[in-house]
Design a protein around this ligand. Structure first.
Ligand code: HEC
Length: 151
C-alpha cells in the first residue's frame, strides 16, 4: 500500500512540474525562447538585448577592450565559472549563484533589487531600465533551483 502511495506522489509531482514548465513558456515575454538552462539564459539574457529594449549584460561584463565591470565576465566562455559557486564581491558570505538555492544567490538579488534585502550598488542591468521581467527572473530562478547545471 505504502508503495502505491509513493508512486502516486511521484506522478502528481511530475504532472505539477510539467504544468509549471508550460506556464514558463507563456511568461518569458520579450525572450520567447528563454528556458531554464544555462545556455538559454546565456544566449537570451547575458549576451543580447531583447525586444523590450533591455540591454545586454556583456555591454559591461566583458573583457574585450576593458576590465569586466565588477570583475564579472559574462561572455560565454567565462560566464558559468564566474557565476556558479563564486563568491560575490559585494555581499560577504554569498555566492553569486548558489546551486539549488535561488534565495541565497546574489545574482537574483541584483536583478530583483527588493528593498527587503538591499543590494550593494545598483540594480542590474546597471540602473538602465527596462529591467528583467518577472517571468524572465522566474526562469533564472528555476535554473538555479534545478541545480544550476552547465548545460
Ligand atoms: C551599464 C553597465 C552594466 C550592465 C549593462 C550590467 N552590469 Fe552588472 N555590474 C555593473 C557594475 C559597474 C557593477 C558593480 C557596481 C554595482 O553593483 O552597481 C555590476 C555588478 C554586478 C553584479 C555583482 C557582482 C558581485 O561580485 O557581487 C552582478 C551579479 C551583475 N552585475 C550582474 C549583471 C547582469 C546579470 C546583467 C544583465 C542583466 C548586468 N549585470 C548588466 C555594470 C553593468
Amino acid at each position: 500500500m505504502r508503495h502505491y502511495i509513493r508512486i502516486f506522489a511521484i506522478v502528481v509531482f511530475a504532472a505539477g512540474a510539467a504544468a509549471c514548465d508550460e506556464d514558463l513558456s507563456s511568461i518569458t515575454g520579450p525572450t520567447p525562447n528563454l528556458e531554464p538552462t544555462f545556455s538559454s539564459i546565456q544566449a537570451n539574457i547575458f549576451e543580447v538585448s531583447d525586444s523590450a529594449g533591455r540591454v545586454a549584460c556583456i555591454n559591461c561584463h566583458t573583457n574585450v577592450g576593458r576590465t569586466p565591470a565588477a570583475n564579472l565576465n559574462l561572455l560565454h566562455d567565462f560566464a558559468y565559472d564566474q557565476l556558479v559557486n563564486r563568491a560575490s564581491s559585494q555581499r560577504q558570505g554569498w555566492s553569486i549563484v548558489s546551486p539549488g538555492n535561488p534565495n541565497a544567490s546574489y545574482l537574483v538579488e541584483k536583478l530583483v533589487a527588493t528593498p527587503s534585502a538591499p543590494i550593494v550598488g545598483l540594480r542590474m542591468p546597471r540602473n538602465i531600465p527596462p529591467f528583467l521581467t518577472d517571468g524572465q527572473i522566474l526562469v533564472i530562478k528555476r535554473w538555479i533551483e534545478n541545480g544550476a547545471e552547465r548545460n
